[in-house]
Design a protein around this ligand. Structure first.
Ligand code: AMP
Ligand code: GLY
Length: 435
């Protein structure tokens, strides 16, 4: 008899809905739980009501529900040591946790740690210097030695707001002063100031267990709120996969040789055993890859596109990673293209209203709808966040995938619905220029 696994997914966004959707199709699945989950994840498994920060009750539920595999979606619990809390508990030490211990999560939890790691292992990244709160003068003097734009990063987690790209020296200096005076609490007591890299961003992902890994499909993320990449940064307004014309075969080969493999070797050398996903936020600078950031988890909304292109049984891959039986050839990736468009609440990423009823003409959809910020109120589905739904589709071409997502959006109604109409357009242009 093939073993069947009980799985717990932690988190409550569209990334976690996409993960539960994919895991729910596994032939190895017994029971699927999500905590805290959302109305979308409730369609794929059982939502439990424990916040991702409540480690004690998460451990209790792992024991009570005889969970075999825990998949941690967001970074915060990992940086705060959720994997350690589970694996160091004698009765839970056999559980497979997909998500690194605190030491590995430092790749995302501390930009200064990540930069020093890259420097030590010769992994291409922007030139930088690190400054402590007591070194404000030196930090400002360093700005004088650099050219605009200036990239200033809070060391710790700052809910995606800890990176400022300042155009002028004055703006750079006031950013440094603001951050050191506690804008992000202890997260900005240390700063990284680095060189600006000009190129095209692309996200790569691996599932690994420290040594063995599989390369997942890459994606291009659209981070700004406005069309043509204008306005404020968001969690991500859409993604496409593959990143045609950016992630060429030659570029991917360089990413593997110069970045992925040295990163895994570096982790091993540091004695950090890392079971989970690594998200490499890269810049393609004239065909050469540089690391902008590491994340210790999958991306959101990248996950909603890339999982649509993985033909393999995801749970089987997760179990193999946990049991150290993973081999690079274990993953089958579809040739299809995938596109995700985020439906957001007007006003996001600043203030916005919530609680509007969402109506979906389900029979007209040609897409997967992954829930991000929704809830059920008086029996109705309502908006409950800045990013509300991820509309994800596949097609034999990127045009077709995008066309399906935009067609589906026409059948999803709620007040103050906002989305970008230009997701994937730059990639389409670029890929056409190649032929
Ligand atoms: P991070 O949180 O490190 O991903 O930074 C947020 C965004 O700032 C990235 O997605 C990039 O668009 C941009 N960024 C960060 N570092 C650099 C850099 N060195 N050069 C150019 N853009 C950068
Ligand atoms: N989409 C970018 C992220 O998940 O950090």
């Amino acid at each position: 008899m093939v073993k069947q696994y009980n799985v717990l997914v932690i988190g409550s966004g569209a990334r976690e809905h996409a993960l539960t959707w994919k895991i729910s199709q596994s032939k190895l699945l017994n029971q699927l739980y999500i905590t805290p989950g959302n109305p979308g994840t409730a369609l794929c498994g059982t939502n439990l009501n424990i916040p991702a920060s409540d480690f004690e009750n998460i451990k209790k539920i792992i024991w009570e529900k005889a969970i075999d595999v825990v998949v941690v979606g967001p970074e915060e619990p990992l940086v705060n040591g959720l994997a350690d809390a589970i694996l160091d508990d004698k009765v839970l030490s056999d559980v497979i946790v997909i998500g690194p211990r605190r030491a590995g999560a430092m790749l995302e939890g501390s930009k200064a740690f990540a930069k020093a790691f890259m420097q030590k292992y010769n992994i291409p990244t922007a030139r930088y210097q690190r400054f402590e709160k007591s070194q404000e003068k030196e930090a400002i003097a360093f700005i004088d030695t650099m050219r605009s734009p200036y990239v200033i990063k809070a060391d710790g987690l700052a809910a995606g707001k800890g990176v400022v790209i300042a155009e002028t020296k004055d703006e750079a200096i006031s950013t440094i002063q603001e951050m050191f005076s506690g804008k992000f609490g202890i997260a900005s007591e240390t700063l990284v100031i680095e060189e600006f890299l000009k190129g095209i961003e692309v996200s790569y992902f691996v599932l690994c267990n420290g040594e063995q890994y599989v390369l997942l499909p890459e994606a291009k993320d659209y981070k700004r709120i406005g069309e043509n990449d204008t306005g404020l940064n968001t969690g991500g307004m859409g993604t496409v996969s593959p990143a045609l014309g950016v992630a060429t075969e030659e570029f991917t080969q360089k990413v593997v040789e110069r970045i992925i493999e040295p990163t895994l070797k570096g982790l091993k050398n540091e004695g950090i055993s890392y079971c989970g996903f690594i998200f490499f936020g890269l810049m393609n600078v004239d065909g050469d890859p540089y690391v902008i950031e590491y994340n210790c988890r999958l991306g959101d909304p990248e996950t909603e596109s890339i999982l649509l292109r993985i033909e393999s049984d995801l749970l089987e891959l997760l179990v193999k990673a946990g049991q150290r039986e993973l081999s690079t050839s274990d993953i089958i990736i579809s040739k299809e293209c995938a596109a995700t468009v985020i439906l957001a609440s007007k006003g996001y990423p600043e203030s916005f209203e919530k609680g509007f009823e969402i109506r979906i003409d389900a029979e007209k959809l040609e897409s997967h709808i992954f829930h991000a910020g929704t809830s059920i109120k008086d029996g109705k589905l309502v908006t409950n966040g800045g990013r509300v739904l991820a509309v994800s589709s596949t097609g034999s071409s990127l045009e077709e995938a995008l066309q399906k997502s935009y067609q589906s959006i026409g059948h999803i109604h709620f007040e103050n619905k906002y989305y970008r109409r230009d997701i994937g357009q730059d990639i389409l242009k670029r890929s056409k220029q190649l032929f």
